[in-house]
Design a protein around this ligand. Structure first.
Ligand SMILES: NC(=O)c1ccc[n+]([C@@H]2O[C@H](COP(=O)([O-])OP(=O)(O)OC[C@H]3O[C@@H](n4cnc5c(N)ncnc54)[C@H](OP(=O)(O)O)[C@@H]3O)[C@@H](O)[C@H]2O)c1
Length: 259
């Protein structure tokens, strides 16, 4: 493990938020398999430590930065960890929650928490990594959005709104960064990955039990949902594409998903 590490690699370092489970965890494994040193961020230290040990035992490089994306200081600390390893060239902004419940029962705090995590937390990460990427004029920002940013789902208005906002944010940012690199040989790319149903722990963040059970039943009704590894493979494809190729948005659903 390389938590206190100095400049040990010429590869771009990848900061992955929400690396303690699901899509983030699978992405960390996948990127480290192709030689990318990773910084694992999330709130559950044991999970992150265990993943870092696993990656290190396979010959990869992984550092842990325990933190909450809604806290700017925590994000800055994660970026510092990456900076000590080398050039932070990849951000996979993946941390997210879906604490939905029927409108009649919705507490304003849950709406705020959803926006704080899925949108403000993601913006915190992008804002913090930008200076180094702008200086180097290279980097990849991959934002994990959702099909919920393109279509609406019942009782999920704020969750859907956060994902739609991420899509617009990405589209504007992509153009703004491309302009700053044009004719200077730089490559600063922004992409979204917009998955349908993926088999992860995400629905456990639904505190309202009947809603959680209904959401799980809907998920289980889809034959062969996506696996986190399917999304990780997509992220790797985006990042590993030739520098002049910018894959803007990838919508990816289980083949059997009918809405
Ligand atoms: N699963 C799906 O069907 C699906 C579909 C479309 C989009 N997505 C999106 O995919 C992303 C990853 O979700 P997942 O499906 O992999 O679910 P997951 O297994 O529950 O992973 C969510 C991750 O986010 C982290 N996280 C949550 N709040 C955080 C915070 N405040 N600060 C730092 N980390 C935080 C969690 O780690 P800690 O609890 O340790 O902090 C966890 O590692 C989310 O943005 C989600 O909206 C999922």
């Amino acid at each position: 493990m390389n938590a206190s590490g100095t400049n040990t690699s010429q590869s771009h370092i990848a900061l992955i938020t929400g690396a303690s489970s699901g899509i983030g965890q699978a992405t960390a494994r996948r990127l480290s398999r192709s030689g990318t040193p990773v910084v694992l961020m999330g709130r559950r230290q044991e999970r992150l430590d265990s993943l870092a040990r696993e990656i290190t035992s396979m010959g990869g490089q992984a550092s842990v930065s325990v933190g909450d994306v809604t806290r700017v200081d925590d994000v800055a600390a994660a970026v510092d960890v990456a900076g000590r390893m080398g050039h932070l060239g990849i951000l996979v902004a993946n941390a997210g929650i879906i604490p939905i419940e029927p409108l009649e029962d919705t507490e304003l705090e849950r709406w705020h928490r959803t926006i704080d995590t899925n949108l403000c937390g993601l913006v915190n990460c992008v804002h913090t990594v930008l200076p180094a990427m702008l200086q180097e004029k290279r980097g990849d920002i991959v934002l994990i959005s959702s099909v919920a940013g393109r279509q609406t789902f019942p009782e999920a208005s704020v969750y859907c709104a956060t994902k739609a906002a991420v899509n617009h944010f990405a589209d504007c940012l992509r153009v703004d960064l491309a302009k700053r690199c044009a004719k200077q040989g730089g490559h600063l790319r922004v992409s979204t990955v917009q998955p349908g149903i993926v088999q992860t722990e995400l629905l456990d963040s639904i505190e309202h039990e009947p809603t959680r059970e209904a959401a799980k039943a809907f998920t289980e009704s889809v034959e062969e949902p996506l696996l986190p590894e399917d999304i990780a493979e997509t992220v790797a494809w985006i990042i590993e594409s030739p520098p002049h190729v910018s894959i803007n948005d990838v919508v990816i659903r289980p083949t059997a998903m009918t809405r």
